[in-house]
Unconditional design. Structure first.
Ligand code: BES
Ligand code: MN
Ligand code: ZN
Length: 493
């Protein structure tokens, strides 16, 4: 469990602590409980001083006899969104923590947000607090370590308490899954190896979850030859992880989630440039997303059957490494002409997707830090979305906007498929300079049969060295967890 998850958030209908945080809108407009306090002389005096105009994120404290009221600027109410509320909660949590406050009553759910229910707002505020205070400092042995003084937050709600409590429980599971994915991503490549990913998967326990971690011998026996080809250059054994969560009737076809688990991608013989290569420890963030989703859905006991599949290896340059020009016969039997060993993600996913398709799932969603081209196309604001499952894509797009873990579709017109035709094998593993994200998806499409499928290219979203509103420290973001958990939850409603 990460440190920020230790913060207890609860739902209450009246004041619990001596510190309260109230939103202050543009032009000193107060929220409902702010109005009831405006006759307090200290608050009156503070507002009369015009020191706080409700500017976004600005926080000022009014000291009263035995209590204090902190006003956080929320800007213009008509422009508020759930993401802004999430970001505001993250900012607030950071400020409470730097002020060494241990307990606070928080009234942010009083803000009016177009189209948002109380449940949505509770979830956004709770996520903002837990995600916003995330740190990864396990390896900082001295003073740089962040301490979290904040112990308890009471979300003071006016409305259906049961609805709020239910939303809070969901937020807790979702934040926990997201933070787990961040931790896995941030672990360095010498710690987070394929073996480690297998251990982390096996450690997720739930009465309805069965996990199988295949070692190299089992992978050889099963015939995951494409995974083995990429693994040839590494001194570390690969792993193939299968997780089966049976939350629904056994006869229901599962939803298969497949995650790229490259614990370090040096490019192989087609080696990457040195600058920034350290960031290729994040090349297992697809696997981390799948593990994070499993953590969340098992905590929520979602009534669905979900299958998780993770192929994992390093892509290095050992003497036995696979080479440009090599031809590989995959698990499915399709042959690959390797033109660039750095296009390894699609190679290992070919076996995982073919295996997934064999299980006859209702749909397949895969997660992969697959192409640099996707970073160029969409940057860090949206994951690339491609595939054949029209309903999945529509659902993921809507869930992406709702959770702000956004995805955006790129086309897969059939003409793109020609770019991966090979003269010497069935297909080649690169499609040339043009439309790199799309031709990578075309490659994957050859392995999913006719099962409705969506591919999330999270190369641009899975990590962020600068940090953002809900992940101020930077590093792995947990991209893919919130959008897909929302999508899965919607299936149960
Ligand atoms: N893991 C990389 C993709 C990547 C690059 C993710 C940069 C995030 C940031 C992937 O394995 C890769 O190297 N892809 C190549 C494919 C190319 C050789 C066809 C790429 O995108 O350059
Ligand atoms: Mn690569
Ligand atoms: Zn890679």
């Amino acid at each position: 469990m990460t440190k920020s998850e230790m913060i207890q958030i609860s739902i209450a209908t009246n004041a619990q602590a001596t510190t309260s945080v109230l939103p202050l809108l543009e032009n000193q407009q107060l929220s409902a409980s702010g109005k009831t306090r405006s006759s307090d002389e200290h608050i009156k005096h503070f507002l009369d001083s015009n020191e706080h105009q409700g500017d976004w994120g600005v926080m000022r404290t009014v000291y009263q006899k035995n209590t204090r009221t902190m006003f956080i600027g929320a800007g213009n109410e008509s422009q508020l969104t759930l993401q802004k509320l999430r970001a505001l909660a993250a900012k607030m949590a950071g400020k409470l923590n730097t002020n060494n406050i241990t307990q606070a009553d928080v009234y942010l759910t009083e803000l009016d947000i177009a189209g948002a229910s109380l449940a949505d707002k509770v979830q956004a505020v709770a996520e903002g607090i837990w995600l916003g205070l995330y740190t990864f400092d396990a390896y900082q042995t001295k003073e740089k370590k962040e301490t979290i003084t904040l112990e308890g937050i009471h979300l003071i709600v006016d409305g259906d308490v049961d609805e709020a409590k239910h939303a809070l429980a969901a937020a807790k599971a979702i934040a926990s899954g997201t933070l787990f994915a961040r931790d896995l991503g941030n672990e360095p490549g010498n710690v987070c190896t394929p073996e480690y990913l297998g251990e982390q998967a096996a450690a997720l326990s739930h009465p309805k979850l069965k996990t199988t971690v295949m070692d190299k011998a089992a992978i050889v026996k099963a015939g995951f030859t494409a995974l083995l080809a990429v693994n040839q250059g590494s001194a570390k054994e690969p792993r193939f992880i299968v997780m089966e969560y049976n939350g629904a009737d056994h006869s229901d076809a599962p939803i298969a989630l497949v995650g790229k688990g490259l614990t370090f991608d040096a490019g192989g013989i087609s080696i990457k440039p040195a600058a920034g290569m350290d960031e290729m420890k994040f090349d297992m963030c697809g696997a981390a997303a799948v593990l994070g989703i499993f953590k969340a859905i098992t905590k929520m006991n979602l009534p669905l059957n979900v299958l998780g599949i993770i192929p994992s290896t390093e892509n290095l340059l050992g003497g036995a490494a696979y080479k440009p020009g090599d031809i590989i016969t995959t698990y499915k039997g399709i042959t690959l002409e390797i033109l660039n060993t750095d296009a390894e993600g699609r190679v290992i996913l070919s076996d995982a997707l073919a295996y997934a398709a064999e299980q006859k799932p209702a749909e397949i969603i895969d997660f992969a830090t697959l192409t640099g081209a996707c970073v160029v196309a969409l940057g860090g604001q949206a994951s690339g979305l491609l595939g054949t499952g029209e309903n999945i894509k529509a659902g993921l797009t809507a869930s992406g906007l709702h959770t702000h873990d956004r995805v955006w579709e790129l086309p897969m017109f059939e003409e793109y498929q020609e770019q991966i035709n090979s003269k010497i094998a069935d297909i080649k593993n690169t499609g040339g300079r043009e439309a790199g994200t799309i031709t990578a998806a075309c490659f994957l499409s050859r392995f999913v049969d006719d099962i409705p499928w969506a591919h999330l290219d999270i190369a641009g979203t899975a990590w962020n060295m600068k940090g953002n509103d809900i992940s101020p420290v930077g590093g792995a973001t947990g991209a893919g967890v919130r959008v897909v958990v929302d999508y899965l939850r919607n299936k149960t409603k």
